[in-house]
Design a binder for this molecule. Structure first.
Ligand code: GDP
Ligand code: CA
Length: 333
């Protein structure tokens, strides 16, 4: 790409809630500078580490968060699922004792899961299924799963002094991350390969953005797919991350508990150093940190990562677009 190219190729690594807001911001940022065809500019590599089977259907929480948010059909008040959804089928499932009593599946949401499961059963790959899901609405971005094979997230917790293994959703949704995690495991990840198009998109990108998603259970699994770190190291594109931590706190969710479990402090600088400087075999060329964390900029710079202080609150579409525009500007695209 040259400075005059109006349509930079942007790759975003993303999880669900933080990821979807940021990806919508990238789309908004590109639209604001006149890029009409954002779908051929933006490739989102989505975490599939928390996908799961429940009541016979395949759920992809992060894919669906991004899909619904970009389509504008997400429930913004609740923060997950479809706007205006009902729970008739869920009540019936609960009456049968099927699924998990603490996990709600909306009716419209179940429509998505059934469509997805049907296509998987017909033999489509996860990439093809995500492509079909993404074709219903004009999303303005191409969604790719991180891998086509099934990868899980398990949490090893210490419960009253006893070690116990839980499914990530049980730990997160049922226990609200209140059980002390000792570590996270991703069964299946060592055998996984990047989904078709992922390594190519990273190699051909003008910029790679790491969304302000959970570094441990959203970005972590993407980076753990063998081949993805190498692709990030080898690309000529700058790799720029956005801190999910503002003023020493997570904005939404419980990423702090996850960070503590892997021995990383809940601070913008600590997450930057967890990702590491590219010059040092890590990932990042630059790191966007909040104005509240400006004092940590020197620390980040000392670690070999260019700090960029900017407003990081994605409070509405304009704020998210401005944040994404700042990240693109930092990359010189
Ligand atoms: P999940 O997969 O649904 O858990 O969502 P993600 O992993 O994509 O995002 C969760 C992370 O987003 C949390 O760690 C939050 O700190 C971060 N986050 C949420 N909203 C904001 C925001 O407005 N600004 C920033 N910088 N981070 C945010
Ligand atoms: Ca997730």
């Amino acid at each position: 790409m040259t400075a005059s190219d109006p349509r930079p190729r942007v790759v975003v690594l993303a999880g669900g809630v933080g990821g979807s807001r940021f990806v919508a911001g990238v789309r908004g940022g590109l639209r604001a500078r006149g890029v009409a065809d954002t779908a051929s500019a933006i490739t989102v590599v989505v975490n599939t580490g928390d996908d799961l089977w429940l009541s016979g259907v395949r759920l992809q929480p992060d894919v669906d968060s991004i899909l619904y948010a970009l389509a504008g059909v997400n429930d913004t008040a609740r923060g997950w699922g479809r706007e205006g959804d009902t729970e008739r089928v869920n009540a019936e499932l609960q009456a049968w004792g099927a699924g998990w009593p603490w996990f709600t599946l909306g009716d419209l949401d179940l429509g998505t899961h059934l469509a997805r499961t049907g296509w998987l059963r017909e033999g489509l790959s996860v990439t093809e299924v995500v492509g079909r899901l993404g074709a219903r609405w004009p999303l303005g971005a191409r969604l790719l799963p991180m891998t086509d094979t099934e990868v899980d997230t398990r949490v090893i917790v210490s419960d009253a002094g006893r070690m116990r293994e839980l499914h990530f959703q049980e730990w997160w949704t049922r226990h609200r991350a209140a059980l002390d995690p000792v570590r996270f495991e991703n069964p299946g990840i060592a055998e996984a390969v990047p989904a078709p198009g992922v390594a190519e998109a990273i190699a051909e990108a003008d910029v790679v953005l790491i969304a302000p998603s959970n570094p441990v259970v959203s970005i972590g699994p993407i980076l753990a797919v063998p081949g993805i770190r190498g692709a990030l190291r080898d690309t000529a594109a700058p790799v720029i991350g956005v801190s999910p931590i503002i003023g020493g706190r997570v904005v939404r969710g419980m990423a702090d508990v996850c960070l503590t479990a892997i021995g990383v402090e809940t601070s913008a600088a600590a997450v930057a150093s967890h990702y590491g400087a590219r010059a040092d075999g890590g990932l990042l060329d630059a790191w966007l940190l909040a104005e509240e964390d400006a004092a940590a900029a020197d620390d980040v710079a000392r670690g070999g990562i260019r700090p960029i202080v900017a407003p990081l609150w994605m409070t509405d579409a304009d704020a998210s677009a401005a944040l994404a525009a700042r990240a693109l500007q930092a990359a010189g695209v």
